[in-house]
Design a binder for this molecule. Structure first.
Ligand code: MGD
Ligand code: MGD
Ligand code: SF4
Ligand code: MO
Length: 755
């Protein structure tokens, strides 16, 4: 089916002469305003930069932006402080003292790139290309450029937070129905299930207003969350689940939906395989059993299942509460995918829609730019952790890719290696520390703060200390950057352009201001290294805009033209599977996954009790009696960022642990007290926040805290070990999901004591 790009804004935007960067349009009075975007979290909201001379003096939301429509959240309003912050890194730095001693020499980009390239070449000659690793955070910059560089360099060892953030869902959904649901059609849904999703704090500009809008139109809301979130307060049904037991609830819902024949029988019989086996696998998950496991009253379990299954179209948007619970996380993603499928909610209006539609599918996307076929076969076999978790390494990715290729070209985005083919971070850290199975001696970190983001901080620290060459590309001197040998200054989002490609639209995010000082974007960094390491032919485009021009060729646009019209929207088509089937080995929704089975993983979900829990480790629970969850999002902070931004710190000066008032009273703790939180792995301190949203048996610890105002060197290292939630979170294999290796940031045990 042919789709024409839908032009969603006709406003003509003239260009600055000789700059080729789109500036803001029409009227004379707008001449000191340029259009740009905010990248301080995922959605890339449209912004207007207001100038006086060369200086940006104000940033406001762009009312014409078709997605964000003028909205700018609390954090977006901090962009100006961030852009001109006195602590921003503005020049490349080379370590001159001991590692972590905080002694640096300012050098040029050329010198820094020359030296790093020369050292990388030497280490590759000595140990093989796999000696170089990469650690990544959540999507802030381009990603494919990193993967391209690593593929050409020959190292399969890119690793990071994707193992627990969205990518378990991504890979698993590809295996189940051949694509990722990135766009639950919340505004048109009749029922929304927020399952481990804290939208008002984590997605204030897009998902949260969509939910509010849908509710106004009469949509029902079910919240599955151990905390009484803002949405839970207003929900039709709130299921206050014991952390880590969601899979049992899902299996109970599936059983009930089958038993009561509330599933879409036509869809199931025509478009799925494995239904009989599924029915058998869930047989024992009666409401009574599920109530016992999850601590949710039986009648609420039943009501929830019935409401979800009978309120089509219904959606279950992504929620990190599922991905970050360790052992069950992969199968939770399977359970959610199965629920969506058997209730007939796939690719229907107001239901769950896939990653790409219409013309958007023709654009040269990130998989295309990653150059995955350039990784030598021998090197693929060296990917660290792939022997333990083949589904999340080359073997699983290749199977998902082969199934995708059965579909017509451009119909469904092929699985990005970046999202579903990774080394395992723990195995990479171990290899750095022990030299086994082979020496990993160098690492690059870009848009990530591994000492704050990865679990088991002490292990990560040991690894960073041991590296012969550690290179970090950053906005600020962070605890991780402070351990580096070279630090490169990164351009903020408003200082560089981006193409934002999602399931429904492709937006141009135009650079609003030329990079200040010597800040550069990640493309310049990787191209700079690549050009020095024999990759000249594979980096033909001088600028990132030229890359995007190339991406847009198939739809007859270039980046500037796209920016003139903001972006293109693919018109949504529904029930395409009636014609093409699904991108799985069988061409159907695999309720029983053949890819999982082939790779030795459980093809049907079965619940496992979390490793540390009052049920599985009652002895440990004597000493660590509280259930620990970490990292529930809060504004205005984004992970470890904004700690140096004054107005953000005014709102959130200290790290907070949320505790139910009764629990606090029992422990002799009052609001604002400093308390010590401990697990068998370590202890940290945070301030007590009394909260009725908490269940009395559990606490919630804020994640990613460090203190830019403290000593920037060892041993203090910005206080990175003091209040950092990941000092508490384990990552040994028994805690991780057996299919992907997702580690737990939730569903743990801890104790809380007065300091
Ligand atoms: N305990 C616990 N830990 C968690 C979580 C949790 O819930 N609990 N959540 C996990 C999840 S889901 C995620 S996604 C991760 C997040 O982990 P990360 O994405 O690593 O987040 P940060 O720790 O903030 O580190 C990002 C760093 O990149 C820098 N940066 C930002 N933008 C750019 C850019 O454009 N270019 C460059 N070069 N640098 C940039 C920032 O200054 C910051 O220092 O944390 C994970 N860790
Ligand atoms: N303000 C802010 N916004 C952010 C971010 C940020 O750092 N700050 N990070 C961004 C990133 S990278 C991500 S991945 C998203 C994540 O955003 P969300 O998907 O909203 O994830 P969280 O807020 O981490 O957790 C969601 C909910 O899961 C619940 N939860 C914890 N354990 C369990 C469990 O075992 N079962 C169930 N059912 N629920 C559980 C928590 O109580 C919480 O309310 O947020 C993004 N938005
Ligand atoms: S939600 Fe806020 S921080 Fe995120 S991109 Fe939009 S304005 Fe920026
Ligand atoms: Mo994330």
């Amino acid at each position: 089916m042919q789709m024409q790009p839908v032009i969603i804004s006709n406003s003509f935007v003239p260009f600055n002469q000789g700059n080729n960067k789109p500036s803001f349009p029409e009227a004379e009075q707008m001449k000191n305003i340029r259009r740009s975007y905010c990248g301080l979290c995922h959605p890339r909201c449209g912004t207007l930069l207001h100038y006086e001379g060369d200086q940006v003096v104000k940033i406001s939301g762009d009312p014409k932006h078709p997605i964000s429509r003028g909205a700018l959240c609390q954090r977006g309003r901090l962009m100006l402080e961030h852009l001109y912050h006195p602590q921003r890194l503005n020049y490349p730095l080379k370590r001159v003292g001991e590692k972590g001693a905080g002694q640096w020499q300012q050098i040029s980009w050329d010198q820094a790139l020359d030296e790093v390239a020369e050292k990388l070449a030497r280490l590759r000659d000595k140990h093989g290309a796999e000696t170089l690793a990469f650690t990544h955070g959540t999507k802030r910059t381009y990603h494919w450029d990193c993967r391209r560089f690593f593929n050409l360099f020959g190292s399969p060892n890119t690793c990071g937070v994707n193992t627990i953030c969205m990518c378990p869902s991504y890979a698993t959904e590809y295996a189940t129905y051949g694509g990722m649901i990135m766009g639950s059609e919340v505004p048109a849904a009749n029922c929304i299930v927020l399952w481990g999703c804290n939208a008002s704090q984590s997605n204030p500009n897009i998902l949260s207003p969509q939910i509010i809008g849908a509710r106004k139109n009469g949509a029902k809301l079910i919240v599955v969350d151990p905390r009484k979130t803002r949405e839970a307060e207003k929900a039709d049904i709130w299921l206050q689940i014991r952390p880590g037991t969601d899979l049992a609830l899902m299996l109970g819902w599936i059983r009930l939906i089958i038993k009561e024949q509330l599933y879409d029988q036509d869809f199931v019989s025509r478009y799925t395989v494995g239904f009989a086996e599924l029915e058998e696998a869930v047989e024992s998950y009666t409401p009574a059993k599920v109530a016992e496991i999850t601590s949710i009253p039986e009648e609420l379990i039943v009501q929830g299942a019935r409401m979800y299954a009978t309120s089509s179209p219904a959606v279950i948007p992504f929620g990190l509460g599922l991905d970050k619970q360790g052992v069950n996380s992969t199968q939770c993603a399977r359970g959610r995918a199965i629920l969506r499928a058997i209730t007939g909610n796939l690719e229907i209006p107001g239901g769950e829609v896939f990653t790409q539609a219409g013309d958007i599918g023709k654009i040269h996307d990130w998989v295309h730019l990653e150059l995955n076929d350039r990784m030598p076969q021998e090197q693929k076999g060296k990917q660290l952790g792939a022997d333990m978790y083949p589904f999340f390494g080359y073997p699983g990715w290749e199977k998902n890719t082969a199934a995708n290729q059965q579909l017509p070209e451009g119909y469904m985005a092929p699985p990005e290696a970046w999202h579903s083919n990774l080394a395992h971070a723990r195995e990479v850290m171990e290899a750095i520390i022990t030299g086994k199975p082979y020496p990993v001696t160098a690492a690059i970190t870009l848009a990530n703060n591994p000492l704050l983001a990865l679990p088991n901080t002490k292990r990560v620290f040991e690894a960073l200390k041991k590296l012969e060459l550690y290179v970090v590309v950053e906005y600020y001197m962070t605890p991780s950057a402070a351990m580096a040998d070279y630090v490169f200054p990164a351009a903020s989002t408003v200082e560089t352009s981006e193409l934002w490609l999602t399931n429904r639209f492709c937006m141009a995010c135009p650079q609003g201001i030329d990079p200040l000082y010597e800040r550069r974007n990640s493309y310049d960094f990787y191209r700079g290294l690549g050009m020095r390491l024999g990759q000249e032919r594979d980096w033909p485009w001088k600028t990132i805009e030229e890359v995007y021009d190339y991406c847009l060729e198939p739809v007859g646009l270039n980046f500037s033209k796209l920016a003139e019209q903001y972006g293109i929207f693919g018109e949504m088509e529904y029930r395409r599977y009636e014609q093409h089937g699904f991108g799985t080995p069988s061409g159907k929704v695999e309720l029983k996954s053949s890819i999982f089975e082939d790779l030795g993983a459980d093809p049907l979900p079965q619940y496992k009790e979390p490793v540390w829990s009052p049920v599985s480790s009652p002895d440990l629970a004597q000493e660590y009696p509280l259930i620990l969850i970490t990292g529930s999002r809060y504004m205005p902070m984004y992970h470890s960022e904004q700690r140096q931004i004054e107005s953000a710190r005014k709102k959130m000066p200290d790290p907070l642990v949320s505790v139910h008032p009764e629990t606090a009273e029992e422990l002799g703790l009052a609001e604002g007290d400093w308390a010590v939180i401990s697990t068998p792995l370590g202890s940290i301190r945070q301030r007590v926040k009394l909260s009725e949203a908490m269940h009395p048996t559990m606490i919630d610890v804020q994640h990613s805290w460090w203190f830019p105002e403290r000593e920037p060197k060892l041993p203090e290292l910005f206080g990175v070990f003091e209040s950092n939630a990941n000092m508490l979170c384990p990552d040994d294999p028994e805690f991780c999901s057996p299919e992907i290796g997702s580690w737990p940031h939730s569903a743990l045990l801890c104790r809380l004591d007065k300091e």
